[in-house]
Ligand binder design. Sequence first.
Ligand code: ZN
Ligand code: ZN
Length: 366
Amino acid sequence: MSDKRDYYEVLGVDRSADEAAIKKAYRKKAMEYHPDRYKGPKEEAEEKFKELNEAYSVLSDSNLRTRYDRFGHQGLDPRVRASAHNANPFDFVSQIFGMDFGDIFGGFGGQSRRSRGPTRGRDAVLEVYLTYEEAYSGVSKKITIPFKQGCKTCHGTGAEPGSEMSTCANCRGSGRVERRVQTGIFIQVSQEQCSKCRGTGQIPKKKCKKCKGSGYSSEKEKISVKIPPGVNEGEMVRVQGKGHPSRNGGTPGDLILRIGLKEHDYFQRDGLDVHMLLPIPFDVAALGGEIEVPVIGPPDEERFEKMKVPKGTQVFDTLVLKNKGFVRSYNGRDATGNMYYKVTIEVPHKLNKKQIKALKDYRDAS
Ligand SMILES: [Zn+2]
Ligand SMILES: [Zn+2]
């Protein structure tokens, strides 16, 4: 643990920095370490991101910050550090963008999480795997949202609409409770969100009848999401308002679909281009000719195109069909990839008498 960097150093702020300065520094650094912007290796960006988030999650929480100021890294429950450190960095990315949207549009996202006002729910990231053909033509994916939805009657607060609120007895209104964990001869004390009031410090006098006070709806929501044609691995599709619900009446987070591609039997994608290993009969390779080759296309439709094979084509030569790869629209303009065929030579398993004679004649003539 001694090689851990100082949290203030990680964020690049003074020890006296206030909440706003810490948040500003965090956001600036987070942008810098965004995997799409970071100049160095991806793993490095991820590590920096994790370190940054750990530092921020401690320094942005006044209780944890006080402990850290007094006792350093040793003063924190290892689990607090681990959970901050191991969270999915892509979640952070979306959290940051969520925050930015909030600031620009005056939403709830920009508020500090210690504030008592409604806070925006967290964004959720789901992986969606498409076949090459689905990615080619674009697809409408039905998604059953796998996490709890906010109760529409009480907007996640668990309070019957119009009910008065009283101070939570469990945390005496602070929203946080101490947790003591004995490890060996030490007792570690950490602060965590009060589970009775979910960190709000308030408890409704009347529970919401619809959700019995849980704040969650029991129905699973099914939605249909349009994924654009030409989409590639690693791209994100954002669905507004379908992320985690707010727990105190704020707007829900967004659902972010991270696209993955299933392996294809014979195609390999590279950007908008498609590569494949193509067996060509040895006589066509030697004499030249025209053959039909598979090209990428929509699902349930095997597409073929005619392609010229020049005479004397060799193993591992590459033949190209221009503009037959993936098509992607960028700002209303289409970009199209190519199909690349790497040649292998097909040797017949069986020959008839006439063919054998022809080949022997060929050998004799060489
Ligand atoms: Zn409810
Ligand atoms: Zn409480």
